[in-house]
Design a protein around this ligand. Structure first.
Ligand code: EPS
Length: 388
C-alpha cells in the first residue's frame, strides 16, 4: 500500500491517491469524515477551522460501499479558496495581484525561508502554501482507510495528550486502548485525566492572549497487533524505524519514542527489559511493556506505545524578529492566521500515520488482493504464534 498527497492550504482542494488497499473492504465517506472532524477539533484551534467543515469526496476505488482493489482517490475542498481565487490562480496574474499576499518576512521555525532559497521563490507564499499543516487533512483521510483495514483485523488504536505545553498529565494505570480512546474523546484537550481539563484550557486562553503558541507530547497506543511485523534483517525494514519516519514527518513534530523511550538512557537493563512469560491461553506474553511493543524492530505482540513531540506552532500573532527579503533590514515576521495550539488535532494526525504504516506493513507481510484472504492469512499467523 502506498499513497501521495497533493494540494495547497488555500488552493481549490486537497487530494490523496491510495493504492494497494485490498478489495472487499467496507468503506464510506462517513468513515473518513468522522476522523476529519476530529482533526478539526480540540480546544485552541484558530479561525481557519471555523471556515472549513472538511468532507471527503471519494472519486475512485470504491463501488457500492466496498473497495475494488483499484487506487482510491480522495478529495477535500478548501472552502477558503473562494477568497483566494486570484492569489492562488493557476494562470499568470497582474503584478499588483502578485503583491497582495506576498510573503517576504519569513517566519522563524517555518519552511518559508529555506523553501524560498531551495526553490528560488521571490514570494515565500509558495513555501507556506504546501508546508502548511492543512496538508495533514489528507494524511488523516488516508489513515481513516488504514484504520478500517485494522478494525477488520481486530486491531484498535487511540491517542491522547500526555504533556500539554509543559503540563504533564498523570495517566491512571492499566487503561485499555478503548478506555484511552473514549476518555480522550470526552476531553476538549484530548487528555484521559479530566481533573486537568480546566487548568489546561485556561492556559491555552492565556497563551492566545499573549499571541504565543504551545506544543506538547502525544501518545498513540495500538492493541491487538500480531507479533512479527517488521524485521531485523535490514535497517529499512525495522518497523519502529518506519514509524519514526512517519511520526517525525508530521508538521512541527520533532521527536519520537517507544515505550519508556528516552528514559531508557537513565535506567539499567534489568529495569528496562520485559520478562517473558508463557500461558496455555495466551502463549508468550511479557511481564511489563517498557519497550512499547517492539523488540529487534519487530512487534512482539504487546500493545504498541509510541509518543511524538510537537513543537509550538511557529506562526505567532506576536511575531519574532526576522529580515525583510527586499532590504535585508530587520523586520517582524509575517503574521498569518494561526492557532495557539493544535495538539489534540496533531494527536489525530499521529494516530492516522501510525495506522497507515501498520496497515502497509501488514499488507507487506500478508500480501492479499481481497479482505477475505487477508483476514485468513492474519488469523492463521495469529494461531501459529499462539501455539509457538
Ligand atoms: C491548518 C490550516 C492553516 C492554519 C494551521 C493549521 O490554515 P490557515 O493558514 O488558512 O489558517 O490554521 O496551520 C498553521 C498555522 C501552519 O503554520 O501551518 C490545518 O488545517 O490544520
Amino acid at each position: 500500500m502506498r499513497y501521495l498527497t497533493a494540494g495547497e492550504s488555500h488552493g481549490p482542494r486537497l487530494t490523496a491517491i491510495l493504492e494497494g488497499v485490498p478489495a472487499g473492504l467496507s468503506l464510506t465517506a462517513e468513515d473518513i469524515n468522522f476522523d476529519l472532524k476530529r482533526r478539526q477539533g480540540g480546544y485552541g484551534r484558530g479561525g481557519r477551522m471555523k471556515i472549513e467543515s472538511d468532507q471527503v469526496e471519494i472519486t475512485s476505488g470504491v463501488r457500492h460501499g466496498k473497495t475494488t482493489g483499484a487506487p482510491i482517490t480522495l478529495h477535500v475542498i478548501n472552502k477558503d479558496h473562494q477568497k483566494w481565487l486570484d492569489i492562488m490562480a493557476v494562470e499568470d496574474v497582474e503584478d499588483k495581484v502578485k503583491l497582495k499576499r506576498r510573503i517576504k518576512h519569513p517566519r522563524p521555525g517555518h519552511a518559508d525561508l529555506v523553501g524560498g532559497m531551495k526553490y528560488r521563490f521571490d514570494d515565500l507564499r509558495n513555501s507556506l502554501e504546501r508546508s502548511s499543516a492543512r496538508e495533514t487533512t489528507m494524511r488523516v483521510a488516508v489513515g481513516a482507510v488504514a484504520k478500517r483495514i485494522l478494525a477488520e483485523l481486530d486491531i484498535e488504536i487511540a491517542n491522547h495528550v500526555v504533556v500539554f505545553g509543559g503540563k504533564e498529565i498523570v495517566i491512571p494505570d492499566g487503561l485499555t486502548v478503548s478506555q484511552i480512546r473514549d476518555l480522550a474523546a470526552q476531553s476538549e484537550v484530548s487528555i484521559v485525566n479530566q481533573e486537568r481539563e480546566k487548568e489546561i484550557k485556561a492556559y491555552i486562553d492565556q497563551i492566545k492572549k499573549d499571541g504565543d503558541t504551545i506544543g506538547g507530547v502525544v501518545e498513540t497506543v495500538v492493541g491487538g497487533v500480531p507479533a512479527g511485523l517488521g524485521s531485523y534483517v535490514q535497517w529499512d525494514r525495522k518497523l519502529d524505524g518506519r514509524l519514526a519516519q512517519a511520526v517525525v514527518s508530521i508538521n512541527a513534530f520533532k521527536g519520537v519514542e517507544f515505550g519508556v523511550g528516552f528514559q531508557a538512557g537513565h535506567l539499567k537493563g534489568s529495569q528496562v527489559m520485559d520478562e517473558i512469560l508463557w500461558s496455555e491461553e495466551e502463549g508468550y506474553t511479557r511481564r511489563t511493556n517498557n519497550l512499547g511493543g517492539f523488540e529487534g524492530g519487530m512487534t512482539n505482540g504487546q500493545t504498541l506505545v509510541i509518543r511524538g513531540v510537537m513543537k509550538p506552532i511557529p506562526t505567532l500573532y506576536k511575531p519574532l524578529m526576522s529580515v525583510d527579503m527586499d532590504t535585508h533590514e530587520p523586520y517582524k515576521a509575517t503574521v498569518e492566521r494561526s492557532d495557539p495550539t493544535a495538539l489534540p488535532a496533531a494527536g489525530v494526525v499521529m494516530e492516522s500515520v501510525v495506522a497507515t504504516v501498520l496497515a502497509t506493513e501488514i499488507l507487506e507481510k500478508f500480501s492479499s488482493d481481497n479482505m477475505e484472504e487477508l483476514k485468513a492469512a492474519v488469523g492463521s499467523h495469529r494461531d501459529f504464534v499462539k501455539r509457538f
